[in-house]
Design a protein around this ligand. Sequence first.
Ligand code: ADE
Length: 252
Amino acid sequence: MIFDILTIFPDFFESPLQEGIIRRALGAGKIDVNIRNIREYALDRHKMTDDRPFGGGEGMVMKPEPLAACIDDIVSDGRAYKVIALSPRGKQYTQQVAQQLAAEPRLILVCGRYEGIDQRFTDRYVDQEISIGDYVLTGGELAAMIMVDSITRLLPGVLGCCDSATNDTFSRGLLKHSQYTRPREFQGQTVPQALLSGNHAAIEQFRLTESVRLTLKHRPDLLAEAQFSSAEKKMLRQEGLLDAIQDINQAP
Ligand code: ADE
């Protein structure tokens, strides 16, 4: 996967790309990240990337020409690509969107700043506007990095354990169960007995019911998408959770 990130703050990405799994994925050639400084594509001698909005109003708007020139330059190699603009008014980013985008060969991420990007650039160049949540950041850089991070870990061979991503929170409409490690006792608190039992069926049952309880408590909206096998339904019925799930899904 190739990521091209268009930004006026290229240094922003230095440290996050040099840590942990992302660093390893870069080293192993699983991803390639090209940071493109929009300023280098500005046409005037002051290297302006923004200007005042037509019609007046607060703040500055990102000019279309440097962004267009940058993309025209990047895509001249003829490879397939998708252009995404990071913006609080975009479509909500979710694990499902991350999974869809992980199948693309190349993503061009445009980091907006100020009051937004000239709409004519968006209309002509952008395939999708994406928001990472209902809050406003000072710019799209953090959002772009979040996309790079969440997509990279879904790429084949990036995570050490082959099923780490398939067991993720959200991957099946459930939040992930709680985890415990040594010591067996911490400040008087023990580890749930099922996890110490060595009994795989008991462990699976504990984890599934934990997941469902947590999802009911924090994100009941997710349960509309969750599917359960008949064995799982039996376990959930035993724990009195199946009715709670059905009540939620039948709520108007
Ligand atoms: N830029 C500013 N806020 C944003 C958000 N919530 N998501 C994506 N890009 C943004």
